[in-house]
Design a protein around this ligand. Structure first.
Ligand code: COA
Length: 326
């Protein structure tokens, strides 16, 4: 059964936080952030904006492009590390917001690789005939879990959502393959220590010791990110009998310009075949690839029949790739 991407959508907060504004908040400089990360600004959720509201808006736009009504959706898969609540799933809240009353809805937790994991699960439902139309969403409100006093992490992240509609039907925009990988030996290099069952909420511990915020060993994460994204990309190419010269566009997870450039270099992909919007949004975790895909789609740089390689890496470690023939 052929699996197609029939619609893309995204939603970003209106509020922009620039590096110059961060200079007023913490001990940093635009020069440091730009040279170490490539990020110039990021979007930050306002009061009344959450992971579900961005997700629903991105989903609505993807459905509109696909010409699919909310009631036609069989399944909503939402990837996030910043759900509205620990439970119920944010996917259920999005189901309600969209009026997708015939859908089953659940969340996936695979950090920055979550959208690829979502595509992979959706692909299996569609190829087995268990579903016909699926909404896959990556949505994050990372500004609510970063420590705005920690310059090592708070400059890196941003908020937003991206979505695709996947359908089991013949035609173009085919999802050729997905590959997912996990390496749990490194779970504690990038995680949020507090708020779960290991460190439940407590004023003296999770709040005072700042355990409720993202913590990261940046240098270690960096090294693994480059190696793992290369591994996932090569797996996608090999599985489809392709070489790097067949890639029309590489859309990597937008975490850090140096990680993106090192990965592209290892794959032999030049800047003319590399999509980057990191400078405008920072790292939006699982939302980064679907936002980028939607922007590339609207900018009409996705050529008919071109091979688009999506590759992501994040906490877990979880990583993966997807190959699409546009
Ligand atoms: N502004 C100014 N200085 C900063 C800073 C900031 N925002 N953040 C850190 N620094 C300082 C550090 O305190 C350190 O100072 P010191 O030498 O006096 O201790 C110095 O800069 C160098 O820090 P270091 O961590 O070695 O920098 P780096 O070149 O490794 O860059 C990251 C840090 C976080 C940008 C980089 O490690 C990275 O991008 N890692 C991957 C992170 C990531 O993408 N995670 C998500 C993956 S999905």
């Amino acid at each position: 059964m052929n699996v197609r991407i029939t619609g893309t959508g995204s939603s970003l907060p209106g509020k922009i936080l620039t590096n110059a504004e961060l200079e007023q908040l913490i001990d940093t400089t635009d020069e440091w952030i730009t040279t170490r990360t490539g990020i110039k600004e990021r979007r930050i959720a306002a009061d009344g904006e959450y992971t579900s509201t961005f997700a629903a808006e991105a989903g609505r736009r993807a459905l509109e492009m696909a010409g699919v009504q909310p009631e036609e959706i069989d399944l909503i898969i939402l990837s996030t590390v910043t759900p509205d609540f620990p439970f119920p799933s944010t996917a259920c809240i999005v189901q309600d917001l969209l009026g997708a009353k015939n859908a089953t809805a659940f969340d996936i937790s695979a950090a920055c690789a979550g959208f690829i994991y979502g595509l992979s699960v959706a692909e299996k439902y569609l190829r087995t005939g268990a579903a016909k139309k699926i909404l896959v969403i990556g949505s994050e409100t990372l500004s609510r879990i970063v420590d705005w006093k920690d310059r090592n992490t708070c400059v890196l992240f941003g908020d937003g959502a991206g979505a695709v509609v996947l359908e089991a039907s013949e035609g173009d925009h085919s999802l050729l393959s997905t590959h997912t990988f996990s390496n749990g030996s490194y779970w504690n290099l990038l995680y949020q220590p507090g708020s779960g069952s290991r460190n439940p909420a407590s004023a003296s511990r999770t709040i005072d010791e700042r355990l409720i915020y993202v913590t990261m060993e940046g240098n270690e994460v960096f090294k693994h990110a480059v190696r793992s994204m290369e591994e996932a990309a090569v797996k996608a190419l090999d599985a489809n009998g392709l070489s790097q010269s067949d890639i029309s566009l590489l859309i990597p997870h937008q975490a850090n310009r140096r990680i993106i450039d090192a990965t592209a270099k290892r794959l032999g992909v030049g800047s003319d075949r590399l999509f980057i919007n990191l400078h405008r949004y920072g790292n939006t975790s699982s939302a980064s690839i679907p936002i980028a895909l939607d922007e590339a789609n609207h900018q009409e740089i996705l050529k008919h029949g071109g091979k688009i390689l999506l590759v992501a890496f994040g906490g877990g470690f979880a990583y993966g790739s997807a190959l699409v023939e546009w």
